[in-house]
Design a protein around this ligand. Sequence first.
Ligand SMILES: NC(=O)c1ccc[n+]([C@@H]2O[C@H](COP(=O)([O-])OP(=O)(O)OC[C@H]3O[C@@H](n4cnc5c(N)ncnc54)[C@H](O)[C@@H]3O)[C@@H](O)[C@H]2O)c1
Length: 244
Amino acid sequence: MRLENKKALVTGASRGIGRAVAELFAVRGAEVWGLGTGEPPDLAGRIAAAGGKLHWISLDLSVLETVEETIKKALEESEGFDILVNNAGITRDNLAFRMDLEDFRSVLDINLTAAFLAARTLGRWMIKKRAGSIINMSSVVGLHGNGGQANYAASKAGLIGLTKSLAREWAPRNVRVNAVAPGFIDTGMTESLPAAVREKMLEQIPLKRLGKAQDVAETVLFLASDSSAYITGQVFAVDGGMFI
Ligand SMILES: NC(=O)c1ccc[n+]([C@@H]2O[C@H](COP(=O)([O-])OP(=O)(O)OC[C@H]3O[C@@H](n4cnc5c(N)ncnc54)[C@H](O)[C@@H]3O)[C@@H](O)[C@H]2O)c1
């Protein structure tokens, strides 16, 4: 699967899954714009070594008022994006009775509302061009729920509703919108979990290993590429069979 002559915007590209997506896209020929709060020092070098070029957009997605304006500016500079990966996400876990309103809101803001704003800003351009692929990073937790993650699960379930609704609105203009639902992936987001929790999770994974960021990136690549030209409004679980 190649992405030659395609321009992609990847949010949360500084590490973990977003970084793996940015690198894989560049290796497959795309021009990549990474978006995040701080540019990772070594990513541009790695992408250059793969023959690509990384552009960086510094943006804190929690400041919702600035999201559309910043992305519009990037759109002008890039002269249009073919692919958007709404990957940035955070967790603020707690049991529902102990969860602050602020922890509920901030997770919804970054994981869901910022993704909506980014999709709408680039969607306008894609619709005019009659081409585009948007991939939203949901989670198995958005499909099945999880105790201690009411805010996170609501944001990830919300992304699935957003995906299906935008897919219906924009399909007539050949703009596809899909979601990926990773299971337990070995990144910064999960490394701080206690060993006992990780062991318990492993027991529930038929493929008997944690996922790698690369496993998720390969699915995102498929959905971004023309190989998935007839697929829209779908949710792809990348979870080692956790919920067969
Ligand atoms: N790791 C997992 O097991 C797992 C499972 C399911 C879904 N996911 C989802 O995949 C996505 C990537 O997760 P990851 O595991 O790579 O996590 P990570 O914590 O390693 O990376 C998250 C990325 O989002 C960026 N980000 C966070 N807040 C931001 C903000 N306010 N503004 C701009 N960027 C911001 C971070 O800088 C980072 O680049 C997330 O949406 C996450 O919810 C991860």
